[in-house]
Design a protein around this ligand. Sequence first.
Ligand SMILES: [Zn+2]
Length: 341
Amino acid sequence: MNEPGAVPPWLAQPWQALVLRAAAGHLPGGLLVTGAEGVGKGLLVSALLQRLFCERATGTQPACGECGGCRGFLGGVHPELHDVMPPEPGKDIPVDAVREAGEFLALSGSGDWRVLWLHPADAMNASAANALLKTLEEPPAGGLIVLESARPSALPATIRSRCEDLHLPAPDLEAARDWLAAGAPDSSAVDEAWAASLGRPVVAAELLADPERHAAWRQEREALAELLQTRELHSAVTHLARCNLETLLPRWQALLLSAQRWLVSGEVDRFAAQFPPDRLQAFARERGARGLASLVQESRRWQRQARAQLNPQLRLEDMAAAMLPQATASRLASRGRSGAY
Ligand SMILES: [Zn+2]
């Protein structure tokens, strides 16, 4: 396993730059760390904070992991750090939590740094964001406010304009391979987890560590592989109904994009490599460039609608029907929806 507090390789460069700026007293009062879900925003922030609190490391050395500062941070009880999170995933960060955080930051501490860490910052409701604005306008000396967000556009412009934006791009697999390999039985497991995570290293690591997530991915892969060759709705929908739409839909879209890529360039990308090649190729050839382009567009619509509470069974039928070859689909349509069952 990777050591806690160690800096994953694809984050080493931004991490070092921050550590050097901190040593020179040039960190901004508000730092907004952005990037897609699972690229490692939290890993970067925790490696930075542990390093700031470490009492032994110097220069660009990583945190020692043993001193009082490191142990306090790793144990989640560092007195100079205040975490602000939603009370439950999916809930708002309430205004009281932000007011309390502002009071914490204003108290003078005993160390060089006093830190607020808001994750995810876009969970703040409007009054919470308003309360944070006052703290961001006049951060005390040694005060650092770190906001983490995969959806920075959901933050008020007034908040964003008072923070320095640090965007983390998604790395390529080679930059993350060694880090993932530490938790994987072999390199093909790393390839599979990378494909399943759609190129997000933290998601891939979770998949490698959690047999349930791994089983869910295998089930989705099976349902998608079935869709590539099916000629009738019933079996396709039966497979799909066992899947979680939230993880299935982005993977479904990835499969369509892979089919498109193969048709255009003959390239079998990492996602496509998880599926039987002849099935994917026959599917791509049969739908053709136009058919695939319209399916990709459809799949974007499905993802937008995934948040709406519509009849899931009907939606699965519609989505599966869109994947059928044109001739089969129109035959089913002429018989009416119930005729398919
Ligand atoms: Zn230390």
